[in-house]
Design a protein around this ligand. Structure first.
Ligand SMILES: Nc1ncnc2c1ncn2[C@@H]1O[C@H](COP(=O)(O)OP(=O)(O)O)[C@@H](O)[C@H]1O
Ligand SMILES: [Mg+2]
Length: 227
């Protein structure tokens, strides 16, 4: 183990969140930030599944920031389709409002949440419906951004009860993102261009938010290291 880092399992991480959520009235919101391709969506689903498995019932669900991508039609109208994925190509205010609504709505009353479809490359309104789940795992690139990064995002942080940053070496995310773009229909060359000219710039912006997370995690085999 690296000096100063502590190894932990997904089950232990989930159990910490459960304890904190149990000590709080109303919904508990965990935010997972990190650069594109870090594995945030994978980690968020893993935490949700651990929480639900341990509870024996659905107490947790994922609320992806990606659901608040502007539609391709909106981006085309703005002349910004090529910049898709940058902080101002999302509806940050819509994300903040829905997060607040989720916190304020009593359990059992439905709150629809948009997801993002990586096959059609569009948000899906009401892709998930929150109901009785009292632990929300929200994840995305820009959760910890301040308003110097792009206006609107700084309103997210006060709505999060815990924040994790998922840290991954640059070369790893680069390789994953190229593969993801090819899976999503781009040619290898177009995929590499998108990564170099867009994703890695976004990654740099996100990396600057790492110090403001409560916990910085790195995947290590099947476990995580708290660094
Ligand atoms: N711990 C991991 N080890 C190896 N590959 C991973 C890991 N976590 C995620 N991936 C892969 O990396 C890619 C990006 O993961 P994803 O969870 O979608 O990242 P993010 O949501 O941060 O963009 C996916 O193809 C996923 O299967
Ligand atoms: Mg994701």
């Amino acid at each position: 183990m690296t000096r100063g880092s502590v190894e932990t399992s997904l089950a232990e991480l989930a159990s910490r969140i459960r304890q904190r959520a149990d000590g709080q009235a109303g919904r508990f919101v965990l935010g997972i930030a990190g650069p594109p391709g870090a594995g945030k969506s994978t980690l968020a689903r893993g935490v949700r599944d651990e929480l639900n498995l341990a509870a024996g019932t659905a107490i947790a669900e994922v609320a992806p920031m990606d659901g608040f991508h502007l539609t391709n039609a909106q981006l085309r109208a703005l002349g910004e389709l090529a910049r898709k994925g940058e902080p101002d190509t999302f509806d940050a205010a819509g994300y903040v409002d829905r997060l607040r609504e989720l916190r304020e709505t009593p359990l059992g009353q439905p709150v629809p949440w948009p997801t993002y479809d990586r096959e059609i490359h569009e948000p899906v309104p009401g892709g998930v419906i929150f109901d009785r789940q009292r632990i929300i795992v929200t994840e995305g690139n820009y959760l910890l951004l301040d308003d110097h990064g792009a206006p609107g995002w700084s309103a997210v942080r006060p709505l999060l009860d815990a924040t994790w940053y998922l840290d991954v070496p640059r070369p790893v995310i680069e390789q994953r993102l190229v593969r993801r773009h090819i899976r999503g229909g781009r040619s290898p060359e177009a995929a590499r261009t998108k990564v170099a000219e867009s994703d890695l710039l976004n990654a740099r912006l996100v990396e600057g938010t790492r110090p403001s997370a409560d916990l910085v995690l790195r995947k290590f085999g099947r476990a995580y290291r708290i660094v």
